[in-house]
Design a protein around this ligand. Sequence first.
Ligand SMILES: C[S@@+](CC[C@H](N)C(=O)[O-])C[C@H]1O[C@@H](n2cnc3c(N)ncnc32)[C@H](O)[C@@H]1O
Length: 392
Amino acid sequence: MGADSEARIVEQWAAIYDAVYESAEDASGADFAGWRSSITGENYSPAETAEWLDGTVDEILSLGPDSVLEIGAGTGLVVAGLLPHVGRYVGTDISATAVARMTRDHGHHPGTEFRVGDADAPDLPDGFDVVVLNSVIHHFPGPGYLRRALERAVKACTVGGTVFVGDVHSLPLREALRLCVLAGRSPGETTAGRVRELLAEQAAQERELVIEPAFFPAFAAEHGLVADMRLKPGVCATEMNLFRYDVRLRPAGTPLIAPGSHPTVPWDGRTAARLVADAAGKGEAVTVTGVLHPDLAPPVTALGELRGLDAIARVDVGALLDGARAAGEGGVRPGELRALAAANGLACYCLPAARESARYDAVLAPEGSASGPAAEAAPLSGRELTNVPRLQ
Ligand SMILES: C[S@@+](CC[C@H](N)C(=O)[O-])C[C@H]1O[C@@H](n2cnc3c(N)ncnc32)[C@H](O)[C@@H]1O
């Protein structure tokens, strides 16, 4: 994609966010204005947004930063959570309205600076313990911009610093999300061929950058870093928790649990309680592969069924999804596993699936024995690891 097209997309997002944030100014407590589930079309509930924000802030605080650069900081939701804990905070955004609000709300705090600028700006300050790109890279115009922006973020870190990339939209699970979106629009009974066409239309209209998990370990390895990738920390069955993941680009030498460095066992239907009890007895890390995610199983299974139908077969997407609910029975929710693990002195890291799958791998390790899982940097063999968002 050429520089002009990239610049046009960035400008379009700036205009969209200026408008969103200006209208949000009128409503009290409307910081989450514009935060809507694409599945239901409804605003997220206060409990869902609070879980998302608290979880994000906690994940970043667990990196122990004293200085933070946040790129695409919006109206400062994450700023407000982190500011009491850090001595220096620089926030940037392409929306002048967002920057004006952050300056108004937080600019009086010593050590803060808020400025208009995009993630590919050559003049980013540096020397930060953590650089945050939270819920922003899906607005990037394409893979080239993504790479440059991440390289700038890495350069802005102090030696030993971490780049935290939150809310990455999963490419392998995108089609399953599209099926849920379609069900939310209730197209009624139609043919399987028509449903497949509607999904293809959604894909062709895609305006967001959607990324395969494999992109990050490969990028990290190229830059002498290690990727630590996890499912989002929440428990609600929201689009955010099901179809997005978080990435930390960490310095080499961080004590991470490397794949293959400890026992790995396939999931055999054990409950969360059983998995935790078994891991607690081990005294070392264990990876359980292929744990069934009960909330992802219905859309992924329904998608498989849809693909297997004759084009003229009659189908109702809502009914197809409902019918696939049983596919999730007996599964283990990542949130449930993490909570039980924590109550039993274990850390639990749930990893995003590399392929379209309703299963995830869970690493269970004695609390404090490591600071996260290291993802393996597999050879990429020229595969595309992102989509190319459509110009609006
Ligand atoms: C969904 S909001 C997230 C705001 C904030 N990071 C948070 O987590 O609350 C996305 C923000 O990214 C900004 N943004 C979009 N594209 C950007 C880019 N290329 N460079 C910097 N900021 C960008 C938007 O203006 C918007 O404020």
